[in-house]
Design a protein around this ligand. Structure first.
Ligand code: GLU
Length: 416
């Protein structure tokens, strides 16, 4: 059986392909030259299965602000929350990413997702006395392990960003004047700019995001990289401040902790379930990818991913797969959302299903969400196409709609 997920992702890209609103970022010369039509999506489950679509899924671009949550997580892990929260707050700012602002009361940057907070957090890595080189190397090494491959920094882009970095330099001076950072302002911005100039693909970002979803264990390599506590705190900040001044609307409409970057990348992290990444360089006035936001809005609705919705339970959807003579019996259980359905389909593709007849027993399924139902039915249809005689055992009628995507109907059995 062929996994239907890549085709589904392709459909989503087709859905937004013609949308050409927004502009590529032009305050960094290299970004202004980016091909505005590039489009990609990748999704990585907490069990480490990666799916991608779009001709540009393996195109490299700079991570930019999407680096911020990961470096924040590293700082939390290295120094502990108390020391980190000494230099940066946890409140949403509702301001632009490069605002020259500090909390009125305690004179710290309000959160680590705006530049002031990110520059302060960058300075925590590898200790106060670290050279820029060693600090950057530590960050590059973290990103590489999170992505599961060796990543590199686009030094040329970083240098050209630095030339026009008056805003970030003034932020660094402001941080120095309040004793939040000790380094020379130029070095602090150099270090931060290098962090932002790490080259990643959309696939890399989906796996990095899935590591946060997975409580710090990289789901593909199995390496424990970050602590569960660091991931939890990071996701909390992403949910309230990841989309800059659009964060409130984002959380209400999409409901997935997220972080965007000015090169056009966007990640979303669904705790315990998924890391999602999109790439499309044209940005809205808040600096978020126009088509990326559209894809996430669509995905959240269609796949039922909103964190505040009632069907967010991650369950091992397959209870058992057994064989009785010529019959294979697949027993499902729990709430079947996207993640559970992905797990079911993955088991069906990897399990050596024998016999000619197949019964899908859904008597222990409490409910299907729309995407879960659609995926399980598509799996059954593909198995039927592959030569199996398939039937559903559904005494409670939880499937509700037995029609397949090709207009035919699933067979049912009253007993087996
Ligand atoms: N390096 C960029 C800056 O500090 C990152 C901004 C972003 O991606 O939002 O201006």
């Amino acid at each position: 059986m062929k996994m239907p997920i890549p085709d589904y992702l392709q459909e989503i890209l087709d859905h937004v392909r013609d949308e050409d609103g927004g502009e590529v970022a032009d305050y960094i010369p290299e970004l202004a030259e980016a091909d505005p039509d590039r489009l990609a999506i990748a999704l990585c489950t907490a069990s480490g299965h990666v799916y991608e679509a779009g001709p540009d899924a393996d195109v490299e671009y700079t991570i930019q602000s999407i680096s911020k949550p990961f470096v924040f997580a590293l700082a939390l892990q290295e120094l502990g929350p108390e020391a980190v929260l000494d230099v940066v707050g946890l409140e949403p700012s509702g301001e632009a990413f490069n605002e020259l602002s500090l909390d009125d009361n305690d004179k710290r940057p309000v959160n680590p997702m705006i530049n002031a907070g990110a520059i302060a957090v960058n300075q925590l890595i590898n200790g106060e006395d670290s050279s820029v080189e060693d600090r950057v190397e530590k960050i590059r090494d973290l990103f590489s392990r999170l992505a599961g491959r060796e990543l590199h920094i686009d030094a040329e882009l970083s240098a050209s960003e630095l030339e026009g970095a008056d805003r970030n330099l003034s932020i660094a001076h402001m941080l120095r004047s309040y004793d939040i950072i000790k380094d020379d302002a130029h070095d602090a911005v150099l270090s931060y700019t290098h962090q932002c100039s790490t080259l990643v693909t959309t696939r890399d970002l989906s796996v990095m995001s899935a590591t946060l979803a997975n409580g710090g264990t990289q789901p593909v390599t199995g390496e424990r990289i970050l602590s569960a506590e660091a991931c939890r705190l990071t996701l909390a900040v992403m949910s309230s401040a990841g989309m800059y001044d659009g964060a409130g609307r984002w959380m209400a409409g999409v409901g997935i902790p997220a972080k965007s970057g000015v090169a056009g990348g966007l990640i979303g992290t669904l705790p315990g379930q998924l890391g999602i990444a999109t790439f499309s360089p044209r940005l809205d006035t808040q600096g978020n990818s126009v088509r990326g936001v559209k894809i996430f809005e669509y995905l959240s609705r269609d796949m039922g991913l909103h964190l505040m919705s009632s069907d967010q339970h991650s369950v091992p959807g397959v209870r058992s797969i057994t064989r009785d003579g010529d019959q294979t019996i697949i027993r499902l259980q729990g709430t079947i959302n996207f993640t559970a359905a992905e797990n079911i389909l993955h088991q069906l593709t990897t399990h050596n299903l024998g016999g000619e007849e197949l019964v899908l027993d859904v008597s222990r399924v409490t409910s299907f969400n729309r995407m879960g139902r659609r995926m399980v039915k598509e799996g059954l249809r593909l198995l039927r196409e592959g030569g199996f005689e398939c039937a559903i055992y559904d005494p409670e009628g939880v499937v509700t709609d037995l029609e397949f995507s090709d207009g035919t109907t699933a067979d049912t059995v009253d007993s087996f």
